[in-house]
Ligand binder design. Structure first.
Ligand SMILES: Cc1ncc(COP(=O)(O)O)c(C=O)c1O
Length: 377
């Protein structure tokens, strides 16, 4: 609603500063674009296998080795779909029986709980704490698991916090998961190549607990790392019976992913490492700037991100000062009085927080910070 209102204001020519976007503000890398164009010229414009073309599955399997240390068979352990969002849903629908639970650490990407509902399951939301770096602890995970638990959903780095789980964190969670062999793990790795660490890649559960391989479904895609949100490319890697179930579901719903986008993604994965390295550098600089700028606003408590492109900010002190109840009220006020639009945390499972996205230029960040300071007084 806020985004729609902001758009209306922008369309009227008003000077709105938006920190809401969930996608990179740069173009898809040239080599991926060229491969897409070439695919059209070569007539690769027809249905492909529902599971995706073999060359892309092979490229994904190669990348999975780097990201997780695991070998996946491109023939039956990798499936390509239209966007990672569909992969997550396809995993839920394939794994969940009626009323089975999915443990979702909060704050969480808003779509997860809706997707669990749609798949007939029940979200079991576990609120994480700032003092634990907004990560679920092994004790919290253990406490949340019950006879109805079917899936543990892990997102690292996270949307909306940008926080990533360290190898140590993951080892702790793996120790708990080992005790509960019924529980599958959906690992949403969509931001894991946008880590600010030396390696540029976030630690993965399977690197520290390869024994869990057969019950981990890895989700990834081209949207964020390759700036290909509009191409709609996502994929899953996992044990073959799970992948088989997901592909069966896909083939009767999505059909097959775009043939053109698949060719572009092959080039993205195999030829765009240098672009990706530059992306990480730019994001890291932008993050440092946005973190510093927002930290200068009195009353904002910010989780320092390890990757992705979001800041998650506790504004409860400010809400109190302004006599406002929720972040939604705060966001509404900022839009009306200062023409700044950001995302209230209500939809991510915490109404005392906001999410800002720093895939914008410095001028926008600095302008927004100045206006927010004026609004707070
Ligand atoms: C955590 C997370 N997972 C998955 C997705 C979906 O990505 P895709 O564009 O591949 O559907 C998003 C997009 O915002 C996301 O933030």
């Amino acid at each position: 609603m806020l985004a729609a209102k902001a758009k209306e204001m922008k369309d009227r020519g008003e000077d709105v500063l938006s920190l809401t976007v969930g996608e990179p503000d740069w173009q898809t890398y040239p080599k991926a674009c060229e491969a897409g164009i070439q695919a059209i010229r070569d007539g690769k414009t027809k249905y492909t296998a529902s599971q995706g073309v073999p060359a892309l599955r092979k490229a994904i399997a190669q990348q999975m080795k780097t990201l997780t240390g695991q070998d996946y068979n491109p023939a039956n352990e990798v499936a390509v779909t239209s966007g990672a969002k569909f992969v997550v849903f396809s995993a839920f629908i394939s794994l969940l029986d009626s009323k089975e639970e999915v443990i979702i650490p909060a704050p969480f990407w808003a779509s997860y709980s809706e997707m669990v509902d749609l798949a007939g399951g029940v979200p079991n939301i576990v609120k994480t704490k700032f003092e634990n770096g907004l990560k679920i602890t092994p004790a919290e995970l253990e406490k949340a698991i019950n006879p109805k638990t079917k899936i543990f959903l892990l997102t690292s780095p996270s949307n909306p916090t940008g926080v990533e789980y360290s190898a140590e964190d993951l080892k702790g969670l793996a120790d708990v998961l080992r005790k509960h062999p019924r529980v599958a793990i959906v690992s949403d790795d969509i931001y894991n190549q946008l880590s600010f660490s030396e390696r540029g890649i976030s630690p993965h559960l399977l690197q520290v607990a390869p024994d869990l391989r057969d019950r981990v479904i890895c989700v990834n895609g081209a949207s964020k790392a390759y700036s290909m949100t509009g191409w709609r490319m996502g994929w899953a890697a996992g044990e073959k019976s799970i992948i088989h179930a997901m592909v069966s579901y896909q083939s009767q719903t999505m059909g097959a992913p775009s043939s053109i986008a698949q060719e572009a993604t092959i080039a993205g994965i195999l030829q765009c490492d240098a672009d990706l390295a530059e992306t990480r550098k730019v994001l890291k600089e932008r993050c440092a700037h946005a973190y510093e700028a927002f930290s200068s606003i009195p009353g904002m408590k910010i989780a320092k991100p390890d990757g992705a492109f979001y800041l998650w900010i506790d504004v409860s002190v400010i809400l109190k000062k302004l006599n406002l109840k929720t972040a939604k009220d705060f966001s509404q006020m900022l839009l009306e009085k200062q023409k700044v639009v950001l995302v209230p945390g209500d939809d991510f499972g915490d109404d005392q927080c906001i999410r800002i996205s720093f895939v914008v230029d410095r001028k926008t960040v600095d302008g927004a910070v100045a206006r927010i300071k004026t609004a707070i007084g």
